[in-house]
Write a protein that binds this ligand. Structure first.
Ligand SMILES: [Fe+2]
Length: 341
């Protein structure tokens, strides 16, 4: 008897790292994952719930997926969208899932031509959506924003009736296949006001080409003070091709932001391009900013990789440790850390 199961959704794949997450996710969710999964998930540090937003060119809906502490999918909410937009990441607050429905959408023509199958689509309205975390049916409220694309979220949190979303934003006609566009990448904040329906945009930093934003994972979905980003242009230019975007790059640095005061510190890598920094708390009771940042520093000639550890509260100083790895780690952008407990 033929199976009636719908076609398997492909896993979201980071365009640079090509992360094969589907099989891993299926194993991790004990067979309860209905279709595909996502490149980026958010774990609520208070509840232990894992949230994901899955999209596919095979489906007109995207899925909000909730996984409980036992590793089982406990809720899947189907959210209708038009044009099959690329949703590489999303944001999570205590109350909401924040969806990025932006004008980078699936293109069969690009796929047939052997190109990256998601392209800038000026006919697709740019909007962000608020879905209650507890909704099991689609009750998403959508709010228009300026045309842009967002790969990665720093963090988000509820602020009264509103929602603040900090993210790296690519303004204008953005080409995801080349990671380039008419404007530089900026670290910005959307403040969504569900009452007025307005989304206010403000810049969090005057430094361009920042990407791979991280906070201390203990504050995901709750208000944060500190954020960490990586300078992006040098590594992007090396991996893909030199891009002519206007504006200055911060060079080859990790950047620490205090979003309450606006203070910025940089750790300059004289040798090696820095990858995404992962925050490790100093102790179980440590405050948000007390801990260490871990990042790969790649020699761009591909010869060596160091694991560099910075003290978060002495960010610009010499690293606490620079560990020369016995193997070369291929150039990449993202980073993760799994504690040995
Ligand atoms: Fe990513």
């Amino acid at each position: 008897m033929a199976s009636t199961k719908p076609p398997q959704k492909p896993a979201d794949q980071c365009p640079i790292l090509t992360i094969p997450v589907l099989e891993h996710a299926k194993a991790a969710t004990l067979g309860t994952l209905p279709d595909g999964f996502a490149a980026h998930t958010k774990t609520d540090p208070q509840t232990g719930e894992v949230h994901a937003v899955a999209y596919s060119y095979l489906q007109d809906n995207v899925q909000h997926i909730v996984i409980d502490k036992t590793g089982r999918v406990v809720r899947v909410t189907e959210i209708p969208v038009r044009d099959k937009p690329m949703m590489h990441d999303f944001a999570l607050t205590e109350k909401y899932v924040v969806l990025y429905d932006l004008p980078v959408t699936f293109s069969l023509d690009a796929a047939k031509a052997g190109k990256f199958p998601y392209v800038w689509n000026p006919a697709h309205e740019a909007r962000v959506g608020l879905l209650s975390r507890e909704d099991s049916s689609d009750g998403t409220r959508w709010f228009p924003v300026e045309p842009c694309f967002v790969f990665h979220t720093l963090n988000a949190f509820d602020d009264g009736d509103g929602v603040c979303v900090d993210m790296c934003r690519y303004a204008g006609r953005y080409d995801v296949s080349l990671l380039t566009g008419p404007g530089p990448v900026t670290l910005d904040r959307w403040t969504i006001d569900p009452v007025s329906g307005k989304v206010a945009l403000r810049s969090l930093s005057d430094r361009f080409f920042q990407e791979f934003p991280r906070v201390n994972d203990r504050v995901i979905s709750r208000p944060h003070r500190y954020g960490y980003t990586t300078s992006f242009k040098q590594l992007r230019d090396h991996v893909i091709a030199p891009a002519p975007e206007a504006g200055h790059s911060s060079g080859n640095v990790l950047i620490k932001h205090d979003v309450q005061t606006g203070a910025v510190e940089e750790h300059n890598f004289e040798r090696g391009a820095a990858g995404e920094a992962v925050f490790a708390p100093a102790s179980l009771s440590a405050g948000e900013g007390e801990g260490y940042l871990m990042s790969f520093a790649h020699d761009l000639d591909g010869s060596k990789t160091d694991l560099v550890i910075l003290a978060a509260q002495d960010f610009a100083s010499e690293p606490v440790a620079r560990i020369h790895l016995p193997v070369r780690v291929p150039l990449g952008f993202h980073g993760s850390w799994i504690a040995d407990r």
